[in-house]
Ligand binder design. Structure first.
Ligand SMILES: Cc1cc2nc3c(=O)[nH]c(=O)nc-3n(C[C@H](O)[C@H](O)[C@H](O)COP(=O)(O)OP(=O)(O)OC[C@H]3O[C@@H](n4cnc5c(N)ncnc54)[C@H](O)[C@@H]3O)c2cc1C
Length: 283
């Protein structure tokens, strides 16, 4: 496996169950659990992953059954509810999800701080991986090396992700930021919220906190507010801080305040790209 994140660990579990002797090469030397914020899984997939032993039954989640659509009252700063629908989701903490998959892949050889420099085919049908460990030959190589995958180039040479005309800001905010907003907190305890604005939208949902958050427990009292806001910064604007401007201009006052309290440390800002691979495997 090239890459030891979510896909790499899941494929490592599948491979070792199929009887393979699996090695994971992960470029990063750091703990990946600190990497992410919130990630939403459809409930049937969550059940399947727990049932098949990929995810630990004890991995905390924060399921809700309703989706609420909000926008800003025209001409005002209060929130207006546009719609409410049944929409069950299982929000997770990215770090806890990775940790659970990593634990399920516990028996495999997991090499941290090991970037793969190249992969080449050998005439005997083997694939040879080059890293600082030298060259090692394998029967099967899985490219789980993320959105900018170099392994993908072996299957589709020259294929490049195409930038989308918007970006995403993500945040994870301690619930203290909602102390002055009991109505919003109450809403989030039972629903995930989509907030529309001209040219984009944001989603907000509670996720389980990690051991370092809240009261450190794995129970319902330890929660973070996760958000993902999709929009397009104007020409010349510095993308990172722009999300605060966007929220101030377009969000209902309470939601703008919540995003502002998140601060920049809890925020990440990513470009978004689309890529369509013509094939995903070859002999
Ligand atoms: C905070 C967050 C929230 C998300 N929420 C959702 C969501 O709600 N729903 C959804 O469907 N998706 C979501 N995503 C998108 C997607 O699920 C994640 O990006 C997920 O992490 C993808 O997993 P991955 O293993 O494919 O790639 P990545 O997590 O990007 O991992 C790739 C790994 O490969 C390693 N690597 C790269 N090159 C090499 C190399 N040459 N040698 C060795 N290792 C290498 C990297 O270090 C990295 O660890 C979210 C992503 C993030 C970050």
């Amino acid at each position: 496996m090239i890459g030891g994140s979510i896909a790499g660990c899941a494929a490592a579990v599948a491979g070792s169950r199929a009887g393979a002797d699996v090695t994971v090469y992960e470029r990063s030397a750091a703990e990946l659990q600190d990497r992410g914020f919130g990630i939403v899984i459809p409930p049937p997939l969550h059940e399947e992953l727990v049932g098949s032993g990929y995810l630990d039954t004890d991995m905390p989640t924060a399921p809700v059954g309703t989706r609420v659509w909000l926008t800003r009252e025209p001409g005002g700063r209060s929130a207006r509810e546009l719609a409410r629908q049944a929409s069950p989701v299982t929000p997770c903490n990215w770090g806890l999800l990775w940790r659970s998959l990593r634990a399920s892949a516990g028996g495999v050889r997991y090499l941290r701080g090991q970037p793969v420099a190249s992969v080449r085919h050998e005439s005997a049908g083997l694939a040879v991986i080059a890293s600082t460990r030298g060259e090692e030959a394998y029967d099967v190589v899985v490219g789980a090396d993320g959105h900018a995958s170099a392994t993908r180039q072996l299957l589709a040479p020259g294929l490049r992700p195409e930038p989308a005309p918007y970006m995403v800001w993500r945040g994870a905010i301690p619930l203290g930021a909602l102390a002055g907003h009991p109505r919003e907190l109450d809403l989030l305890r039972g629903a995930w919220v989509t907030l529309g604005f001209p040219g984009g939208h944001g989603i907000f949902y509670l996720i389980p906190g990690g051991p370092q958050d809240g009261d450190g427990s794995t129970g319902a009292s330890n929660r973070l507010l996760a958000y993902a806001i999709y929009g397009r910064p104007p020409e010349g604007a510095e993308p990172g801080p722009y999300v605060q401007e966007l929220a101030k201009e377009h969000f209902p006052a309470a939601w703008a305040d919540i995003v502002a309290r998140g601060g920049r440390r809890a925020t990440a800002c990513h470009p978004v790209a689309d890529v369509q691979a013509p094939r995903v495997a070859r002999p």
